[in-house]
Write a protein of this length. Structure first.
Length: 460
């Protein structure tokens, strides 16, 4: 059945908004619901997409209240008893998960899928940028807003190549049909879905079995899974600077910019420049450049695109800088991501006092990794720990930020409510201040910036 109307429940999510943009760009009627207003929903509305923020049925635009030619797309974060979802179920609408729709769109395309516990958004965005700026070109559904394009969707008139961030949550990436796939990591996460680390890793092993015969698997050296490859699938390894088929050499930091050489199985591309000065991004860059190289992007195209790459919204963003204070914002929300980010910040600003504001994301993740979070946050000089952002979850008895806080080995630590944060920061002049988290901490960033500007003579 062909659909002419697309309605998204949870349209403000990163994956959902990219799909909404896709169908809207194709001229289909597109609308949706989200629980909260955000920069993403505001941008979608500016692009002509109708959005409502009230779950009651009477808020559904009239053209979308009838099942004929209407597809309802839902994200796992939407509760089963949401009135609009109940209405669609009871009235014979076709309802699909986001991952199913993404799989439908890309099934007949040549698809590069980037999977992993960490690094997939940066790697997929870098890969898309390298291809899009080359003679190859590509389309892309991204898990973050690429600063180069102010969007999470790239479209090409000339290419049937798609770059996709392959999300493991709810086993969504099992809906995809990659011809090339990357696995950046398989450190256990989402144990509310998978229950055990073994089940989590098994889902990645199943994902590798979906790579088309004759395709390619590129996997970070040392990832603890056993691929199940179809006949003719080639496997390559990569690392930051630990060997493998693809890796970096001669890494050095020059004026807050990484320079390195890229080594392939058959040649070297010298003096690549990366302007996003977080060390883990060298590893992500190696994976992205390997994919570009395997798809025929030239040396000069790689060098040019790398130096022009300007990052992703909420990935290690410099928000404000004055003589007294540097303020940065980062999406890191898993212990390993936090560790990589904190160590990179310490490398960038040696000798400066690092103050981190961390908002834990999900009760289940806090429960499962409380000790790991505490160990990593102890790398800071000062910690301000906020309450847990629940997202899709109901509270779990006995689980709170206190589980992390009491195990942090810092004298200079504070447990603070989100509502009291600005008061706590008032009249402070931290040397380096960083906000971390995947919840709604980003809404505090402009307020913190404004307060810092009022307290100093700095420039944004």
């Amino acid at each position: 059945m062909d659909f002419t109307k697309y309605y998204f429940l949870g349209i403000g999510g990163m994956g959902m908004s990219a799909l909404a943009r896709y169908f809207n760009s194709k001229g289909f009627q597109t609308a949706g619901y989200d629980r909260v207003q955000s920069k993403v929903t505001a941008d979608l509305q500016t692009e002509g997409i109708q959005i409502n923020f009230d779950p009651n049925v009477d808020q559904i635009p009239i053209p979308f209240r009838y099942p004929e030619n209407t597809l309802v797309v839902v994200t796992p974060a939407i509760p089963d008893d949401l009135p609009q979802l109940v209405y669609f179920r009871e009235n014979g609408f076709t309802i699909k998960k986001r991952a199913e729709v993404l799989g439908d769109i890309t099934r007949k395309a040549s698809t590069i899928c980037i999977a992993g516990t960490h690094g997939k958004t940066t790697t997929s965005t870098l890969t898309a940028h390298l291809l899009y700026q080359s003679h190859i070109s590509c389309n892309a559904f991204l898990g973050g807003i690429a600063n180069n394009y102010n969007s999470n969707l790239l479209l090409s008139k000339d290419s049937n190549l798609f770059v996709i961030e392959a999300d493991e949550y709810d086993r969504s990436f099992h809906q995809l049909s990659p011809y090339m796939a990357v696995i950046t990591s398989a450190d256990p996460d989402h144990l509310d879905i998978y229950q055990t680390p073994e089940a989590y890793r098994e889902s990645f092993e199943h994902f590798t079995s979906l790579i088309s015969p004759g395709g390619i698997l590129l996997m970070k050296k040392g990832v603890n899974i056993q691929p199940r490859l179809q006949k003719g699938v080639k496997q390559y390894s990569y690392s930051m600077n630990d060997g493998g088929d693809f890796y970096a050499e001669n890494i050095h930091l020059v004026n807050h910019e990484f320079h390195f050489d890229f080594v392939t199985p058959s040649e070297r591309i010298s003096d690549i420049r990366l302007k996003i000065p977080i060390r883990i991004n060298i590893e992500n860059s190696v994976a992205a450049i390997a994919l570009a190289w395997l798809n025929g992007v030239t040396k000069e195209e790689i060098r040019t695109a790398m130096v022009s790459y300007s990052g992703i919204y909420r990935r290690f963003n410099l928000v404000f800088r004055s003589e007294q204070t540097i303020f940065m914002d980062d999406y890191a929300h898993h212990p390993k991501e936090l560790k990589a980010s904190i160590l990179s910040i310490k490398e960038l600003f040696p000798g400066k006092k690092i103050t981190g504001i961390f908002q834990p994301h999900l009760y289940s993740r806090t429960r499962d990794f409380a000790l790991d979070f505490a160990e990593v946050l102890s790398l800071l000089d000062e910690l301000i720990l906020l309450d847990i952002y629940p997202a899709r979850e109901e509270p779990i008895e006995g689980v709170s930020s206190e589980m992390i806080f009491r195990n942090v080995k810092l004298e200079n630590k504070t447990l603070c409510s989100r509502e009291n944060l600005l008061s706590l920061l008032k009249d402070r002049h931290p040397e380096v201040l960083v906000t971390f988290g995947a919840g709604d901490i980003d809404k505090l960033v402009p307020l913190i910036k404004k307060q810092l500007m009022e307290q100093t003579n700095g420039n944004a």
